[in-house]
Unconditional design. Structure first.
Length: 213
């Protein structure tokens, strides 16, 4: 009798398991039918909305500096005193900070001389830009030539690079200045694109309003 009871339980358990499996198969089939009549659309990647302030500018014209220009009211200028842990070449290096966007334009000024010839400074500027070649998807350059005797080149580097917007300006005789926009974030052309293009307009305004003293 004990054995018969054990056999009966085994048979009952088998029947229940079969019923559960049958119900599970029906459920899967039903879901499959529903999916056949619907299109799956992946959710697009999203980024945080960014408030872009109105374009307004103010003048940077400090005593002793060999240049002047207009910069955004939502930016601040800080004197740069270090260069890769050392001192700057002269006291006229500055950072144009954009706290709202965690970014800044590093501005370095050099006096043209026998030791620092113009062609060498220009070659160095191109070399610094071309360092991004391995990660850049494109490098576009535009000539700068303003009525204020300011000449140079503007670089727009595409892709996930550390600095997408760079420039240099000179009077070809005495003064040479280079600027590069950096973000305090991992380079990502998709997430930084809107801000990068927005600050590029400010960089162009700086260049167009730039004057040598």
């Amino acid at each position: 009798m004990k054995d018969c009871v054990n056999d009966t339980r085994t048979m009952e358990g088998t029947g229940i398991n079969k019923q559960i499996k049958r119900n599970w198969y029906f459920t899967l089939a039903f879901i499959a039918c529903l999916s056949c009549n619907s299109n799956f659309v992946p959710k697009p990647k999203g980024y945080f909305a960014i408030d872009l302030p109105k374009k307004e500018y103010q003048v940077f014209d400090q005593p002793g500096y060999p240049y002047t220009f207009e910069y955004p009211v939502y930016a601040s200028i800080v004197k740069d005193t270090t260069f890769f842990g050392g001192t700057t070449e002269n006291p006229w290096w500055i950072n144009i900070n954009f706290p709202q966007f965690n970014s800044r334009i590093y501005v370095s000024y050099i006096q043209i001389s026998e030791k620092r010839k113009l062609d060498k400074l220009i070659n160095d500027a191109f070399t610094l830009t071309n360092k991004h070649t391995s990660k850049a998807s494109s490098i576009d350059d535009s000539l700068i030539n303003t009525p204020n005797n300011v000449h140079g080149m503007l670089f727009k580097v595409g892709g996930n690079v550390a600095t997408a917007n760079q420039f240099f300006v000179t009077d070809s005789v005495k003064n040479f200045l280079r600027g590069a926009l950096y973000f305090d974030a991992t380079p990502n052309a998709d997430s930084l694109g809107i801000v990068d293009d927005y600050l590029l307009l400010d960089m162009k305004h700086i260049i167009n309003s730039f004057k040598w003293k």
